[in-house]
Design a protein around this ligand. Structure first.
Ligand SMILES: Cc1ncc(COP(=O)(O)O)c(C=O)c1O
Length: 383
């Protein structure tokens, strides 16, 4: 039934073997950089490569500061703590996201509130956000945004740039500013994505990026927090390096910190990958265009970047008629050794989240039944 799609994917990836959703491309440069670090002995969290990785990412995204972490989840946790999220606080996010987004909120002993996404860009809907805040929240004399029903402070908002598509961050920022809510962008999937020339992750107060093996570039495991706020950047560095007070030989820690720093060995891998990031973005955008024109010719609906934004097209996304068609397509492609997958189960359905406040989540549920991600990595034969 989906033969033409299967043939088309095989044409892009040009192989008869198993086609993964998003494989890393590791070449000689990666081996050279890693060997250099192995020879230096600086394999752990101290070293020049991790500092250089931070410099290069901050310059690439156009943020003043970047603090490298062990993964995107620890970056999110640290960002939430630095945003001032305290136990019992509330944090607005979307349910159509990877579990790490809501997990990080729980790590702070705070509660997620799940707000619907936009069908056009799959990111947090600014209209649903405004609607929720107008109906449920008020700014009190202490300057904070209070949720009238739960009597708790809504401290932060974490929109996510789904599959590399840009959420409407400028509109979301305006709303968060009005309600005194700290804005943290979950840009785990969107390195290279822009909105009106601003890089994803740099429009909010803080942004996080993941360098997991399935992302556009990888450090094996790794993440980073980017910000233009110097005070937040200092706190992030301190918190993610076990809160050690800098001293030549003393080991003093002035609070309970976290061992979240990215190891130098991982940063070396990242530095090699960074050299090809622009090329990877271009290749992935070309693949997205060919999927989209194939879709137009064959009656399949692809989610496209909105005007004024540039997507890194981390994972190409089709919307099919309903859950039944989705499952048929998933079975047929996977049976033919082509890895495709549905969206994550919406995280508001997890037992840990069933008590959380949420709006109708109509688009979230509608999308979850229809989303299919197709193979989107840089083809190996490009290198
Ligand atoms: C939306 C989102 N947030 C957070 C993360 C967490 O990143 P990591 O896997 O590096 O911990 C990921 C994925 O990996 C993600 O897709």
């Amino acid at each position: 039934m989906f033969r033409s799609l299967i043939d088309f994917i095989r044409k892009i990836y040009g192989v008869n073997r198993f086609i993964a959703l998003h494989e890393p491309v590791i070449g000689d440069l990666e081996k050279e950089y890693i060997n250099k670090v192995l020879d230096s002995g600086f394999v752990s969290s101290v070293g020049e490569e991790v500092k250089e990785f931070e410099r290069q990412i901050s310059s690439f995204v156009g943020a003043k500061f970047a603090i490298a972490t062990s993964n995107g989840t620890s970056a999110l946790h640290a960002a939430l703590l630095v945003a001032g999220v305290q136990p019992k606080d509330e944090v607005i996010t979307q349910s159509l996201t990877f579990v790490a987004t809501s997990n990080a909120i729980h790590y702070c002993n705070a509660n997620p509130i799940f707000i619907d996404v936009d069908r056009s860009n799959l990111g947090l809907s600014e209209d649903s956000l405004e609607d929720f805040l107008t109906k449920n929240c008020e700014i009190r004399d202490d300057g904070f945004c209070w949720n009238r029903a739960t009597k708790k402070i809504v401290r932060a908002c974490v929109p996510m740039h789904t599959f590399g598509l840009s959420a409407n961050l400028f509109e979301i920022r305006e709303i968060c500013n009005r309600y005194n809510i700290v804005l943290i962008e979950d840009a785990a999937e969107s390195l290279g994505t822009k909105n009106k020339n601003s890089h994803s992750g740099t429009i909010g107060d803080l942004g996080i990026i993941s360098f997991n093996g399935n992302k556009i570039i990888t450090t094996g495991g790794g993440g980073i927090v980017v910000t233009n706020n110097q005070a937040m950047a200092r706190k992030l560095k301190h918190l993610t390096t076990t809160a050690k007070v800098s001293h030549e030989w003393n080991f003093s820690h002035d609070m309970v910190g976290y061992n979240y720093r990215m190891p130098n060995l991982n940063a070396a891998l990242g530095l090699a990958q960074l050299q090809r990031l622009n090329e990877y973005i271009q290749i992935k955008r070309d693949i997205a265009l060919s999927y989209q024109s194939w879709g137009e010719r064959n009656g399949f609906n692809f989610v496209k970047e909105l005007s004024g934004t540039r997507s890194n097209y981390w994972l190409n996304t089709m919307l099919v008629e309903d859950r039944e068609v989705r499952d048929l397509l998933l079975k047929e492609t996977n049976d033919h050794s082509i890895m495709t997958r549905p969206a994550w189960d919406p995280v508001h359905l997890m037992t840990a989240n069933t008590h959380c406040q949420r709006d109708s989540l109509e688009n979230t549920n509608w999308l979850a039944d229809r989303i299919i991600n197709l193979p989107s990595g840089v083809p190996k034969n490009e290198h």
